[in-house]
Design a protein around this ligand. Structure first.
Ligand SMILES: [Zn+2]
Length: 507
Protein backbone atom coordinates (compact mmCIF):
# COMPACT_ATOMS: atom_id res chain seq x y z
CA UNK A 1 0.00 0.00 0.00
CA UNK A 2 1.26 3.49 -0.77
CA UNK A 3 0.32 6.70 0.89
CA UNK A 4 0.56 10.46 0.25
CA UNK A 5 -0.62 13.57 2.02
CA UNK A 6 -1.30 17.18 0.89
CA UNK A 7 -2.20 20.21 3.02
CA UNK A 8 -5.50 21.88 2.17
CA UNK A 9 -8.06 24.02 4.01
CA UNK A 10 -11.78 24.53 4.45
CA UNK A 11 -13.92 27.17 6.09
CA UNK A 12 -15.75 27.27 9.37
CA UNK A 13 -17.73 30.49 9.09
CA UNK A 14 -15.11 33.16 8.46
CA UNK A 15 -12.26 31.10 9.85
CA UNK A 16 -10.01 28.96 7.70
CA UNK A 17 -9.43 25.44 9.05
CA UNK A 18 -6.58 23.26 7.88
CA UNK A 19 -7.48 19.94 6.30
CA UNK A 20 -5.10 17.11 5.44
CA UNK A 21 -5.94 15.28 2.26
CA UNK A 22 -4.60 11.73 2.44
CA UNK A 23 -4.61 9.21 -0.38
CA UNK A 24 -4.07 5.49 0.17
CA UNK A 25 -3.58 3.21 -2.81
CA UNK A 26 -4.15 -0.45 -2.09
CA UNK A 27 -4.48 -3.64 -4.08
CA UNK A 28 -8.02 -4.72 -4.80
CA UNK A 29 -10.87 -3.79 -7.08
CA UNK A 30 -10.20 -0.41 -8.75
CA UNK A 31 -12.38 2.35 -7.37
CA UNK A 32 -12.40 5.51 -5.26
CA UNK A 33 -13.77 5.98 -1.79
CA UNK A 34 -13.81 9.43 -0.19
CA UNK A 35 -14.10 9.55 3.59
CA UNK A 36 -14.21 12.32 6.13
CA UNK A 37 -17.80 13.62 6.08
CA UNK A 38 -17.85 14.73 2.46
CA UNK A 39 -20.81 16.62 1.15
CA UNK A 40 -22.25 16.08 -2.30
CA UNK A 41 -19.67 18.40 -3.86
CA UNK A 42 -16.96 16.06 -2.61
CA UNK A 43 -18.62 13.07 -4.30
CA UNK A 44 -18.64 15.01 -7.54
CA UNK A 45 -15.00 15.80 -6.79
CA UNK A 46 -14.15 12.11 -7.40
CA UNK A 47 -15.26 12.41 -11.01
CA UNK A 48 -13.59 15.78 -11.54
CA UNK A 49 -10.30 14.57 -10.06
CA UNK A 50 -10.26 11.44 -12.18
CA UNK A 51 -11.07 13.30 -15.40
CA UNK A 52 -8.61 16.10 -14.64
CA UNK A 53 -5.80 13.62 -14.03
CA UNK A 54 -6.36 11.67 -17.25
CA UNK A 55 -6.82 14.88 -19.27
CA UNK A 56 -3.54 16.28 -17.94
CA UNK A 57 -1.39 13.55 -19.42
CA UNK A 58 -1.12 11.61 -16.17
CA UNK A 59 -2.10 8.00 -15.57
CA UNK A 60 -5.07 7.21 -13.38
CA UNK A 61 -4.01 4.32 -11.12
CA UNK A 62 -6.11 1.17 -11.58
CA UNK A 63 -6.03 0.40 -7.88
CA UNK A 64 -8.27 0.71 -4.87
CA UNK A 65 -8.00 4.36 -3.80
CA UNK A 66 -9.12 5.72 -0.47
CA UNK A 67 -9.09 9.51 -0.09
CA UNK A 68 -9.52 10.73 3.46
CA UNK A 69 -10.01 14.30 4.58
CA UNK A 70 -8.77 14.90 8.09
CA UNK A 71 -9.98 16.01 10.63
CA UNK A 72 -13.18 14.05 10.08
CA UNK A 73 -15.29 16.19 12.41
CA UNK A 74 -14.76 19.41 10.43
CA UNK A 75 -17.73 20.02 8.15
CA UNK A 76 -16.11 20.27 4.76
CA UNK A 77 -17.92 22.05 2.01
CA UNK A 78 -17.24 23.17 -1.48
CA UNK A 79 -14.88 22.16 -4.22
CA UNK A 80 -11.62 23.68 -3.03
CA UNK A 81 -10.22 20.24 -2.18
CA UNK A 82 -10.03 18.97 -5.80
CA UNK A 83 -6.48 20.03 -6.58
CA UNK A 84 -5.00 18.64 -3.36
CA UNK A 85 -6.93 15.37 -3.87
CA UNK A 86 -5.48 15.01 -7.38
CA UNK A 87 -1.95 15.70 -6.12
CA UNK A 88 -2.36 13.21 -3.25
CA UNK A 89 -3.49 10.48 -5.67
CA UNK A 90 -0.55 11.16 -8.01
CA UNK A 91 1.79 11.26 -5.01
CA UNK A 92 0.42 7.90 -3.89
CA UNK A 93 1.31 6.33 -7.23
CA UNK A 94 4.86 7.52 -6.78
CA UNK A 95 4.85 9.48 -10.06
CA UNK A 96 4.95 12.82 -8.23
CA UNK A 97 7.59 13.69 -5.59
CA UNK A 98 5.41 15.27 -2.93
CA UNK A 99 8.29 16.09 -0.58
CA UNK A 100 8.43 19.47 -2.35
CA UNK A 101 4.91 20.18 -1.09
CA UNK A 102 5.70 19.67 2.59
CA UNK A 103 4.02 22.49 4.50
CA UNK A 104 2.59 23.99 1.29
CA UNK A 105 -1.11 24.83 1.23
CA UNK A 106 -2.88 23.70 -1.96
CA UNK A 107 -6.29 25.10 -2.91
CA UNK A 108 -8.37 24.91 -6.05
CA UNK A 109 -11.30 23.35 -7.87
CA UNK A 110 -10.56 21.27 -10.96
CA UNK A 111 -12.37 21.36 -14.27
CA UNK A 112 -12.73 18.06 -16.14
CA UNK A 113 -10.00 19.27 -18.53
CA UNK A 114 -7.56 19.87 -15.67
CA UNK A 115 -8.12 23.61 -15.43
CA UNK A 116 -7.68 25.04 -11.91
CA UNK A 117 -10.71 27.14 -11.01
CA UNK A 118 -11.11 29.82 -8.34
CA UNK A 119 -12.68 29.04 -4.97
CA UNK A 120 -14.28 31.27 -2.34
CA UNK A 121 -12.63 32.17 0.95
CA UNK A 122 -9.00 31.86 -0.13
CA UNK A 123 -7.87 34.75 2.08
CA UNK A 124 -9.01 33.28 5.44
CA UNK A 125 -7.77 29.82 4.41
CA UNK A 126 -4.28 31.08 3.54
CA UNK A 127 -4.30 33.10 6.78
CA UNK A 128 -5.03 29.89 8.73
CA UNK A 129 -2.17 28.09 7.00
CA UNK A 130 0.17 30.98 7.78
CA UNK A 131 -0.80 30.80 11.46
CA UNK A 132 0.02 27.08 11.39
CA UNK A 133 3.48 27.81 9.96
CA UNK A 134 2.98 27.25 6.23
CA UNK A 135 5.25 29.44 4.13
CA UNK A 136 3.98 28.63 0.64
CA UNK A 137 0.60 28.31 -1.03
CA UNK A 138 -0.50 27.10 -4.46
CA UNK A 139 -3.83 28.74 -5.32
CA UNK A 140 -5.95 29.39 -8.43
CA UNK A 141 -4.62 32.34 -10.47
CA UNK A 142 -7.86 34.28 -9.98
CA UNK A 143 -7.38 34.04 -6.19
CA UNK A 144 -3.62 34.66 -6.13
CA UNK A 145 -3.71 38.41 -5.48
CA UNK A 146 -6.07 37.82 -2.58
CA UNK A 147 -3.84 35.06 -1.14
CA UNK A 148 -0.82 37.35 -1.43
CA UNK A 149 -2.43 39.75 1.04
CA UNK A 150 -1.44 37.35 3.83
CA UNK A 151 2.02 38.36 5.03
CA UNK A 152 4.78 35.76 5.20
CA UNK A 153 3.37 33.34 2.62
CA UNK A 154 4.93 32.87 -0.82
CA UNK A 155 2.04 32.46 -3.25
CA UNK A 156 2.11 30.57 -6.55
CA UNK A 157 -0.63 31.07 -9.11
CA UNK A 158 -1.95 27.90 -10.78
CA UNK A 159 -3.96 27.71 -14.01
CA UNK A 160 -3.95 23.97 -14.56
CA UNK A 161 -3.14 20.67 -12.91
CA UNK A 162 -0.42 20.13 -15.54
CA UNK A 163 1.24 23.42 -14.54
CA UNK A 164 1.20 22.36 -10.88
CA UNK A 165 2.74 18.92 -11.56
CA UNK A 166 5.41 20.55 -13.73
CA UNK A 167 6.19 22.87 -10.81
CA UNK A 168 6.44 19.99 -8.34
CA UNK A 169 8.67 18.02 -10.69
CA UNK A 170 10.95 21.05 -10.98
CA UNK A 171 10.36 21.45 -14.73
CA UNK A 172 8.61 24.83 -14.88
CA UNK A 173 8.00 26.95 -11.79
CA UNK A 174 4.53 28.37 -11.24
CA UNK A 175 4.30 32.15 -11.69
CA UNK A 176 4.04 34.66 -8.88
CA UNK A 177 0.65 36.26 -8.29
CA UNK A 178 -0.27 39.09 -10.64
CA UNK A 179 0.41 42.54 -9.18
CA UNK A 180 -2.35 43.88 -6.99
CA UNK A 181 -4.48 46.46 -8.76
CA UNK A 182 -4.55 49.97 -7.37
CA UNK A 183 -7.64 51.28 -5.65
CA UNK A 184 -10.55 51.82 -8.05
CA UNK A 185 -10.19 55.08 -9.92
CA UNK A 186 -13.87 55.91 -9.56
CA UNK A 187 -14.28 59.30 -7.93
CA UNK A 188 -15.41 59.02 -4.36
CA UNK A 189 -18.80 60.43 -3.56
CA UNK A 190 -18.37 63.66 -1.64
CA UNK A 191 -20.58 65.36 0.90
CA UNK A 192 -19.98 68.63 -0.95
CA UNK A 193 -22.28 67.29 -3.69
CA UNK A 194 -25.31 67.50 -1.42
CA UNK A 195 -27.17 70.77 -1.87
CA UNK A 196 -29.35 72.25 0.85
CA UNK A 197 -30.31 69.85 3.64
CA UNK A 198 -28.10 71.38 6.32
CA UNK A 199 -29.73 69.20 8.97
CA UNK A 200 -29.32 66.14 6.77
CA UNK A 201 -25.62 66.87 6.34
CA UNK A 202 -25.28 67.38 10.08
CA UNK A 203 -27.13 64.09 10.67
CA UNK A 204 -24.65 62.05 8.62
CA UNK A 205 -21.71 63.82 10.27
CA UNK A 206 -23.07 63.05 13.74
CA UNK A 207 -23.91 59.48 12.67
CA UNK A 208 -20.33 59.01 11.46
CA UNK A 209 -18.79 60.54 14.59
CA UNK A 210 -20.92 58.64 17.10
CA UNK A 211 -21.52 55.41 15.17
CA UNK A 212 -25.26 56.09 15.41
CA UNK A 213 -27.79 54.31 13.23
CA UNK A 214 -29.75 56.76 11.14
CA UNK A 215 -33.27 56.97 9.75
CA UNK A 216 -34.09 59.55 7.09
CA UNK A 217 -37.65 60.30 6.10
CA UNK A 218 -38.68 62.56 3.29
CA UNK A 219 -40.20 62.93 -0.12
CA UNK A 220 -38.46 61.51 -3.20
CA UNK A 221 -35.71 63.85 -4.33
CA UNK A 222 -35.00 65.22 -0.85
CA UNK A 223 -31.53 63.67 -0.97
CA UNK A 224 -31.90 60.65 1.35
CA UNK A 225 -29.91 58.32 -0.91
CA UNK A 226 -27.25 60.94 -1.64
CA UNK A 227 -26.67 61.45 2.07
CA UNK A 228 -26.53 57.72 2.85
CA UNK A 229 -24.07 57.06 0.01
CA UNK A 230 -21.71 59.67 1.44
CA UNK A 231 -21.62 58.34 4.98
CA UNK A 232 -18.72 55.93 4.22
CA UNK A 233 -16.61 58.90 3.04
CA UNK A 234 -16.83 60.33 6.56
CA UNK A 235 -15.86 57.12 8.38
CA UNK A 236 -12.27 56.30 9.33
CA UNK A 237 -10.40 54.02 6.91
CA UNK A 238 -10.23 50.38 8.03
CA UNK A 239 -7.13 49.47 10.02
CA UNK A 240 -5.13 46.35 9.08
CA UNK A 241 -7.17 43.95 11.22
CA UNK A 242 -10.52 45.30 10.06
CA UNK A 243 -9.39 45.39 6.42
CA UNK A 244 -8.41 41.71 6.53
CA UNK A 245 -11.70 40.82 8.23
CA UNK A 246 -13.78 42.67 5.62
CA UNK A 247 -11.75 41.35 2.69
CA UNK A 248 -12.11 37.80 4.04
CA UNK A 249 -15.90 38.18 4.17
CA UNK A 250 -15.99 39.47 0.60
CA UNK A 251 -13.75 36.55 -0.40
CA UNK A 252 -16.11 34.02 1.20
CA UNK A 253 -19.08 35.64 -0.52
CA UNK A 254 -17.22 35.38 -3.83
CA UNK A 255 -17.57 39.10 -4.56
CA UNK A 256 -13.90 40.03 -4.38
CA UNK A 257 -12.76 41.11 -7.84
CA UNK A 258 -9.70 39.18 -9.08
CA UNK A 259 -6.58 41.21 -8.38
CA UNK A 260 -8.48 43.44 -5.97
CA UNK A 261 -6.49 44.99 -3.17
CA UNK A 262 -7.34 44.79 0.48
CA UNK A 263 -10.68 46.48 1.21
CA UNK A 264 -9.62 49.67 2.99
CA UNK A 265 -12.76 51.76 2.68
CA UNK A 266 -15.73 51.07 4.90
CA UNK A 267 -18.03 49.10 2.62
CA UNK A 268 -21.46 50.30 1.50
CA UNK A 269 -24.30 47.94 0.70
CA UNK A 270 -27.74 48.95 -0.51
CA UNK A 271 -29.88 45.85 -1.06
CA UNK A 272 -33.17 46.42 -2.90
CA UNK A 273 -36.38 45.93 -0.94
CA UNK A 274 -37.26 42.94 -3.10
CA UNK A 275 -34.07 41.15 -2.00
CA UNK A 276 -34.66 37.82 -0.27
CA UNK A 277 -33.91 37.42 3.42
CA UNK A 278 -30.96 35.24 2.41
CA UNK A 279 -29.58 38.01 0.21
CA UNK A 280 -30.06 40.48 3.03
CA UNK A 281 -28.67 38.66 6.08
CA UNK A 282 -27.00 35.64 4.47
CA UNK A 283 -27.97 32.04 3.79
CA UNK A 284 -28.89 30.16 0.67
CA UNK A 285 -28.93 26.48 -0.09
CA UNK A 286 -25.84 24.43 0.70
CA UNK A 287 -23.08 26.61 2.09
CA UNK A 288 -24.68 29.64 3.75
CA UNK A 289 -23.14 32.72 2.18
CA UNK A 290 -22.72 36.13 3.78
CA UNK A 291 -25.53 38.52 2.82
CA UNK A 292 -25.53 42.28 2.32
CA UNK A 293 -25.51 42.64 6.11
CA UNK A 294 -22.10 40.94 6.44
CA UNK A 295 -20.75 42.48 3.24
CA UNK A 296 -21.44 45.82 4.94
CA UNK A 297 -19.49 44.71 8.04
CA UNK A 298 -17.59 47.73 9.43
CA UNK A 299 -19.38 49.90 6.90
CA UNK A 300 -22.86 51.09 6.00
CA UNK A 301 -26.02 49.08 5.28
CA UNK A 302 -28.55 51.31 3.51
CA UNK A 303 -32.16 50.21 3.26
CA UNK A 304 -33.97 52.56 0.91
CA UNK A 305 -37.76 52.50 1.03
CA UNK A 306 -37.48 50.59 4.30
CA UNK A 307 -41.26 50.05 4.75
CA UNK A 308 -41.26 48.09 1.47
CA UNK A 309 -39.00 45.39 2.92
CA UNK A 310 -40.89 42.44 4.34
CA UNK A 311 -41.48 42.40 8.06
CA UNK A 312 -39.48 39.18 8.23
CA UNK A 313 -36.51 40.79 6.50
CA UNK A 314 -36.52 43.81 8.80
CA UNK A 315 -36.96 41.70 11.93
CA UNK A 316 -34.06 39.47 10.92
CA UNK A 317 -31.79 42.51 11.35
CA UNK A 318 -32.65 43.11 14.99
CA UNK A 319 -30.48 40.49 16.66
CA UNK A 320 -27.39 41.08 14.49
CA UNK A 321 -27.65 44.84 15.10
CA UNK A 322 -27.47 44.07 18.80
CA UNK A 323 -24.71 41.45 18.65
CA UNK A 324 -22.62 42.53 15.66
CA UNK A 325 -22.80 38.97 14.40
CA UNK A 326 -25.30 36.94 12.35
CA UNK A 327 -25.82 33.27 13.03
CA UNK A 328 -27.18 31.27 10.13
CA UNK A 329 -28.63 27.90 11.08
CA UNK A 330 -28.64 25.15 8.50
CA UNK A 331 -29.31 21.45 8.58
CA UNK A 332 -25.58 20.99 8.05
CA UNK A 333 -24.64 23.10 11.04
CA UNK A 334 -24.42 26.67 12.12
CA UNK A 335 -22.28 29.39 10.56
CA UNK A 336 -21.65 32.78 12.13
CA UNK A 337 -20.53 35.81 10.13
CA UNK A 338 -19.50 39.22 11.52
CA UNK A 339 -22.14 41.88 10.93
CA UNK A 340 -21.18 45.11 12.69
CA UNK A 341 -22.83 47.69 10.50
CA UNK A 342 -24.08 51.20 10.65
CA UNK A 343 -27.68 51.07 9.52
CA UNK A 344 -29.27 53.83 7.46
CA UNK A 345 -33.00 53.53 6.82
CA UNK A 346 -34.80 55.76 4.37
CA UNK A 347 -38.50 56.07 3.73
CA UNK A 348 -40.96 58.16 1.80
CA UNK A 349 -43.66 59.84 3.83
CA UNK A 350 -46.39 57.77 2.18
CA UNK A 351 -46.75 54.67 0.00
CA UNK A 352 -47.56 56.56 -3.22
CA UNK A 353 -44.15 58.28 -3.00
CA UNK A 354 -45.27 61.47 -4.70
CA UNK A 355 -43.45 64.71 -3.93
CA UNK A 356 -44.74 66.57 -0.89
CA UNK A 357 -47.78 68.69 -1.69
CA UNK A 358 -48.52 66.83 -4.93
CA UNK A 359 -52.27 67.04 -5.39
CA UNK A 360 -52.31 63.53 -6.84
CA UNK A 361 -51.30 62.09 -3.45
CA UNK A 362 -54.51 60.85 -1.96
CA UNK A 363 -52.90 59.13 1.00
CA UNK A 364 -54.79 59.68 4.23
CA UNK A 365 -53.14 60.26 7.58
CA UNK A 366 -54.14 56.71 8.47
CA UNK A 367 -52.48 55.29 5.34
CA UNK A 368 -49.31 57.21 6.12
CA UNK A 369 -49.26 55.96 9.72
CA UNK A 370 -49.79 52.39 8.60
CA UNK A 371 -47.05 52.71 6.02
CA UNK A 372 -44.56 53.94 8.59
CA UNK A 373 -45.70 51.29 11.06
CA UNK A 374 -44.28 48.64 8.76
CA UNK A 375 -40.88 49.44 10.24
CA UNK A 376 -41.28 47.91 13.66
CA UNK A 377 -40.72 49.78 16.90
CA UNK A 378 -38.03 47.39 18.16
CA UNK A 379 -35.94 48.11 15.05
CA UNK A 380 -36.46 51.89 15.26
CA UNK A 381 -35.58 51.62 18.95
CA UNK A 382 -31.97 51.04 17.97
CA UNK A 383 -31.79 54.10 15.76
CA UNK A 384 -30.48 57.17 17.57
CA UNK A 385 -31.03 59.72 14.81
CA UNK A 386 -34.42 59.89 13.11
CA UNK A 387 -34.72 62.91 10.89
CA UNK A 388 -37.41 64.11 8.53
CA UNK A 389 -35.86 65.97 5.60
CA UNK A 390 -37.85 68.89 4.23
CA UNK A 391 -38.58 68.83 0.51
CA UNK A 392 -35.77 70.46 -1.42
CA UNK A 393 -36.92 73.71 -3.00
CA UNK A 394 -35.17 75.27 -5.95
CA UNK A 395 -34.70 78.37 -3.79
CA UNK A 396 -32.38 76.41 -1.46
CA UNK A 397 -30.03 75.67 -4.31
CA UNK A 398 -29.51 79.31 -5.17
CA UNK A 399 -29.46 80.93 -1.76
CA UNK A 400 -26.64 78.93 -0.22
CA UNK A 401 -24.05 81.44 0.90
CA UNK A 402 -21.29 79.41 2.57
CA UNK A 403 -19.38 76.91 0.42
CA UNK A 404 -20.31 73.33 1.27
CA UNK A 405 -17.70 71.42 3.22
CA UNK A 406 -16.09 68.49 1.40
CA UNK A 407 -16.03 65.02 2.95
CA UNK A 408 -12.37 65.16 3.91
CA UNK A 409 -12.88 68.23 6.13
CA UNK A 410 -15.83 66.61 7.85
CA UNK A 411 -14.00 63.27 8.12
CA UNK A 412 -11.15 64.98 9.99
CA UNK A 413 -13.63 66.36 12.52
CA UNK A 414 -15.25 62.94 12.79
CA UNK A 415 -11.87 61.30 13.51
CA UNK A 416 -11.13 63.80 16.30
CA UNK A 417 -14.57 63.33 17.82
CA UNK A 418 -14.21 59.54 17.75
CA UNK A 419 -10.81 59.74 19.45
CA UNK A 420 -12.24 62.00 22.15
CA UNK A 421 -15.09 59.55 22.80
CA UNK A 422 -12.81 56.52 23.03
CA UNK A 423 -10.51 58.37 25.46
CA UNK A 424 -13.41 59.48 27.67
CA UNK A 425 -15.19 56.15 27.99
CA UNK A 426 -11.93 54.20 28.36
CA UNK A 427 -12.07 54.90 32.10
CA UNK A 428 -15.41 53.17 32.31
CA UNK A 429 -15.83 50.70 29.47
CA UNK A 430 -14.30 49.68 26.19
CA UNK A 431 -16.30 51.18 23.32
CA UNK A 432 -15.37 52.65 19.98
CA UNK A 433 -18.29 55.03 19.64
CA UNK A 434 -20.91 56.81 21.73
CA UNK A 435 -23.63 54.67 20.14
CA UNK A 436 -22.27 51.66 22.06
CA UNK A 437 -22.53 53.31 25.49
CA UNK A 438 -25.43 51.82 27.48
CA UNK A 439 -28.06 54.18 28.89
CA UNK A 440 -27.24 53.01 32.42
CA UNK A 441 -23.71 54.37 32.02
CA UNK A 442 -24.92 57.67 30.54
CA UNK A 443 -27.12 58.21 33.58
CA UNK A 444 -24.43 57.37 36.15
CA UNK A 445 -23.52 60.17 38.55
CA UNK A 446 -20.12 60.55 36.90
CA UNK A 447 -21.58 61.28 33.48
CA UNK A 448 -24.87 62.83 34.50
CA UNK A 449 -25.38 66.24 32.93
CA UNK A 450 -26.41 69.16 35.18
CA UNK A 451 -30.16 69.57 35.71
CA UNK A 452 -30.46 72.89 33.82
CA UNK A 453 -28.90 71.21 30.78
CA UNK A 454 -31.33 68.30 30.70
CA UNK A 455 -34.38 70.27 31.88
CA UNK A 456 -36.03 70.28 28.44
CA UNK A 457 -35.44 66.56 28.08
CA UNK A 458 -36.85 65.66 31.48
CA UNK A 459 -39.90 67.79 30.78
CA UNK A 460 -40.61 65.79 27.61
CA UNK A 461 -40.07 62.53 29.47
CA UNK A 462 -42.56 63.59 32.18
CA UNK A 463 -45.09 64.66 29.53
CA UNK A 464 -44.75 61.29 27.86
CA UNK A 465 -43.53 62.92 24.63
CA UNK A 466 -40.22 61.09 24.97
CA UNK A 467 -39.74 57.46 26.00
CA UNK A 468 -37.01 56.39 28.41
CA UNK A 469 -35.10 54.89 25.48
CA UNK A 470 -35.66 58.05 23.48
CA UNK A 471 -34.21 60.00 26.42
CA UNK A 472 -31.01 57.91 26.27
CA UNK A 473 -30.80 58.29 22.51
CA UNK A 474 -30.92 62.07 22.74
CA UNK A 475 -28.18 61.95 25.41
CA UNK A 476 -25.95 59.79 23.21
CA UNK A 477 -26.34 62.08 20.23
CA UNK A 478 -25.71 65.12 22.46
CA UNK A 479 -22.42 63.58 23.64
CA UNK A 480 -21.40 63.12 20.00
CA UNK A 481 -22.30 66.74 19.22
CA UNK A 482 -20.16 67.76 22.20
CA UNK A 483 -17.26 65.67 20.89
CA UNK A 484 -17.58 67.29 17.46
CA UNK A 485 -17.53 70.72 19.08
CA UNK A 486 -14.49 69.81 21.19
CA UNK A 487 -16.40 70.16 24.48
CA UNK A 488 -15.73 68.20 27.68
CA UNK A 489 -19.40 67.44 27.94
CA UNK A 490 -22.50 68.54 26.05
CA UNK A 491 -24.44 71.62 27.11
CA UNK A 492 -27.96 72.88 26.56
CA UNK A 493 -27.29 73.71 22.93
CA UNK A 494 -26.12 70.16 22.13
CA UNK A 495 -29.25 68.77 23.79
CA UNK A 496 -31.40 71.09 21.66
CA UNK A 497 -29.67 70.07 18.43
CA UNK A 498 -29.96 66.40 19.43
CA UNK A 499 -33.70 66.95 19.86
CA UNK A 500 -33.80 68.60 16.42
CA UNK A 501 -32.14 65.47 15.00
CA UNK A 502 -35.20 63.55 16.14
CA UNK A 503 -37.55 65.75 14.15
CA UNK A 504 -39.98 63.42 12.47
CA UNK A 505 -39.29 60.57 14.86
CA UNK A 506 -41.78 57.78 14.28
CA UNK A 507 -42.34 57.00 17.90
ZN1 LIG B 1 -49.23 59.65 -0.98
Amino acid sequence: MSYARVLCAGLDGVTGELVEVEAMLADGLPGVTVTGLPDSALNEARERVRAAITNSGETWPMRRIIINLYPADLRKRGSGFDLSMALAVLGGTGTLPLAALDGVLVLGELGLDGEVRPVRGVLPMVAAAARAGAVEAVVPTANAAEAALVPGVRVYAADSLAAVTAHIRGITALPDPPPVAGPPAAAELDLADVAGQDMGRLAVEVAAAGGHHLALFGAPGAGKTMLAQRLPSLLPRLDDGAALEVTALHSIAGVLAPGAPLVRRPPYQAPHHTASVAALVGGGSGVPRPGALSLAHRGVLFLDEAPEFTRHALDSLRQPLEDGIITLGRSRGVVAYPARVQLVLAANPCPCARPAGDVACGCTAHTKRRYRGRVSGPLLDRIDIQLELPPLKAAHLFTESAPREPSRTVAARVADARAAAVARWAAELEVRTNAEVPGTVLRRRRWKLPEPVTWELRKRLDQGVLSARGFDRVLRVAWTLGDLAGLDRPGKEEINIALELRRGSWQ
